[in-house]
Design a protein around this ligand. Sequence first.
Ligand SMILES: C[S@@+](CC[C@H](N)C(=O)[O-])C[C@H]1O[C@@H](n2cnc3c(N)ncnc32)[C@H](O)[C@@H]1O
Length: 356
Amino acid sequence: MDDVPVPVPVPVPVAVPPPLPAAVHGDDAIEAEFQNDFEGDSAYAGSSYAGSVSGSLTETLSSAVARGVEEHGRTYAAYGNEEYGLPIDEEELDRIDMSHAKYIMLLDKKLFLAPINPQPQRILDLGTGTGLWAINVADAFPSAEVLGLDIAPVQPQWVPANCRFEIDDIEQSWVFGNATFDLIHARDLLLSIRDWPKLVSQCYEHTKPGGYTELQCVLPHLHCDDGSAPPNSGLFEFSRQAQDASTILGLPLDACTRYADYMTAAGFVDVVEKRFKMPTSAWPKEKRLKLIGAFEMHNLVKGVSAMSLRMFNKAYGWSREQIEMFLTQVRKDTQNVRCKLYPNISTTCVRILMGS
Ligand SMILES: C[S@@+](CC[C@H](N)C(=O)[O-])C[C@H]1O[C@@H](n2cnc3c(N)ncnc32)[C@H](O)[C@@H]1O
């Protein structure tokens, strides 16, 4: 496949387009614009969500969503069907922010690879998390209104004027007009989506002719090119168990290996998939990859519980103690820089033909 030309952010002052309609499905969507009432709650420190809106039902709903659901000593999202497998607490938000920095390094300081029109009008980020990607894109493209959607109200309050967040479940039907966005982006929707073909079809319907959808994700398979990691390494075992458990839950971690197929079936053209090696620790000699590996090691050591607790408990019935015991070896092997392991990060970028 051909290389995708690198998008160069062009900060041209252009009239911001008229506001988008309320997000996904009308009344159920909650705009994340309220004053923060949860400053004392570390899980939502910095969140713009859950403030004063009129109507007691809305207040009850928004505070329940803001509180989240406690399980296994972690806080999970309360909005949507409560099936998202990772927590949304402060520890997890730190991990997501660090992972954002790692992606930027891996993609050579780019936020995405799609060669979009340099003066886009509307950009959508699905499962935006802490919203850093959306904020960075809004800064890089002042011509665009950037919208980030998430079930969790964990986005910051102070954002560029052309960036906003809404709380919604992207698995529901979207009510934006068709052909609305110059770019639809989603990154690391892990343990999140049960029906990828439906999600990708919605991306197709809502991408403008000539526009792009780009999906980025870490692939669940681990590689070792030189045999330095034994087959019984804790990380290999974790990768196998995580793939099986996620499949049992109907949220398979290997869905990202089928993105290109889903996108082609939906009608997109010019599929370009690129893969980048992501070392699991600081084992590479090359400076940039060494740093990426150091980030990823931290991500794994700190984040592997977040990934595991709900997933292994729901899929296998393992207790929190059993899961933590299993993870002891995973963490130990992750920190062994003699084991030259890596998964790939994949970016899959597709286009809609002009005149479609
Ligand atoms: C691993 S985080 C990735 C966040 C962000 N995309 C990034 O790469 O920094 C996945 C995000 O998807 C959100 N999410 C999961 N299921 C969702 C759904 N059905 N609708 C909207 N957001 C969802 C989660 O709340 C979480 O913030």
